[in-house]
Design a protein around this ligand. Structure first.
Ligand code: GAL
Length: 396
């Protein structure tokens, strides 16, 4: 008898657990709120990017800690796994910082904006990230590389460096290689100085040691070629650089985007055979007005299309800064703009702003939504095939 009662209590307990789980399930995206993972803890994956692999989404990001100083990397890169983009299971720290003081990724370094791509040829998961060496502020400006056999790691640290040492960009006039105007002759932020930046002032300065690489992303094109896009030249100019077939190095082929344009936080997508990019200006953790660009070739020319955000809060990108453009699987032209609402005084409390991208012609458009679900993409899709449909067409 007692056995039966115990068994019934166990069943009751399990039932309650299942119900509690059910209740906790997220069914929508609410930008700026706390985002509980499947354990009920706010997701800790800032400056992130998402990889889709074999039916699952993997979200990689900076694992921050509490209080001032929480932006330096005390643990490593965190990952979360989801099959619906609403409910994320913590997969832990997948690239761990090291205890050895001589390591480039020693505890206390700064690892930002990690992005993971899968290489079909090698079967490896390749992680690139912005690395700043411990105790050196933001002066190292290196890109870092780690690799794993599994999406959730462990990732093995490989190396860090400044890209494209000794290589000229393909879209710089070769005549400018020999230009003799140097940094010391110019006053920063003057028009003359800006024109010289466009003429390769910083590229020449950094040619031998490699170009600076801070805010970055990685993009895999339809043909399997991958590109590393990073803020370079003291954050003045974006560099687009081709990766080798195994994604583990740079080929030396690269081009500049918006020289002296002061762009950070690059996020890129491809639609109707064209590339589109969203960036931010450079105001550190403070939000600013986003920018957008479109190009027919990844190498440019990139046409500036202005601020993609519209409506109230658009001048500060709804208090956020871009980090990634996430294509929603199985839906045509469905992209999520992923951004961070930083909390520099308590970085672990940083929030996420995810918004569905709309398009006006080639221009990506962002509108604030308090709460939305992936159904907005179905509605949009249906709207296209049945333009006569009226009424509550979208969740705007
Ligand atoms: C931002 C950048 C962040 C971080 C921060 C540091 O502009 O986008 O990733 O580097 O500066 O101040």
């Amino acid at each position: 008898m007692k056995k039966h009662v115990n068994f019934l209590i166990l069943l009751l307990f399990l039932g309650v657990q299942v119900m509690a789980q059910g209740v906790k399930k997220n069914t929508s995206i609410r930008s700026g709120e706390l985002w509980p993972d499947t354990d009920g803890k706010h997701i800790n994956a800032h400056g992130g990017g998402v990889l889709f692999h074999k039916g699952k989404y993997y979200w990689f990001g900076e694992h921050k800690t509490a209080g001032r100083g929480g932006n330096s990397t005390l643990f490593g890169v965190g990952a979360y796994v989801s099959d619906d983009l609403y409910n994320w299971k913590n997969a832990g720290i997948v690239l761990k910082v090291e205890e050895d003081a001589s390591s480039e990724i020693v505890k206390g370094c700064v690892i930002e904006r990690p992005k993971v791509v899968y290489n079909q040829k090698t079967g490896k998961f390749v992680m690139w990230f912005h690395l700043e060496l411990k105790g050196k502020g933001y002066e190292a400006a290196r890109t870092g590389l780690a690799v794993s056999d599994s999406p959730t790691g462990p990732y093995t640290y490989v190396k860090s460096f400044r890209p494209n040492a000794g290589q000229w960009p393909m879209n710089l006039d070769p005549e400018l290689k020999h230009r003799t105007v140097g940094m010391e002759q110019l006053k920063w932020w003057t028009d003359e100085w800006r024109r010289e930046v466009e003429k390769g002032l910083f590229i020449r300065r950094d040619l031998e040691q490699g170009q600076m690489s801070r805010d970055m992303t990685v993009f895999v094109d339809d043909d399997g070629k991958a590109y590393h896009i990073h803020s370079s030249e003291e954050n003045l100019t974006l560099h687009i650089a081709e990766l080798t077939d195994d994604y583990m190095d740079f080929t030396g082929k690269w081009s500049v985007l918006a020289p002296a344009g002061h762009n950070e936080a690059p996020a890129i997508g491809k639609r109707n055979g064209k590339y589109f990019m969203i960036t931010s200006g450079c105001t550190g953790w403070e939000p600013n007005e986003a920018r957008s660009f479109v190009a027919e070739s990844i190498w440019g020319p990139w046409k500036p299309l202005g601020n993609p955000a519209v409506g109230e809060g658009a001048d500060r990108t709804f208090e956020s800064q871009s980090t990634y453009i996430l294509p929603v699987q199985g839906k045509k032209d469905a992209f999520i703009f992923m951004a961070d609402r930083w909390r520099p005084r308590n970085p672990i409390d940083g929030r996420y702003v995810w918004l569905p991208l709309e398009f006006e012609g080639d221009k990506p458009v962002l509108k604030w939504q308090d709460e939305w679900s992936l159904d907005v993409f179905n509605t949009k899709y249906k709207k296209k095939s049945a333009p006569a449909a009226k009424g509550k067409a979208s969740a705007k």
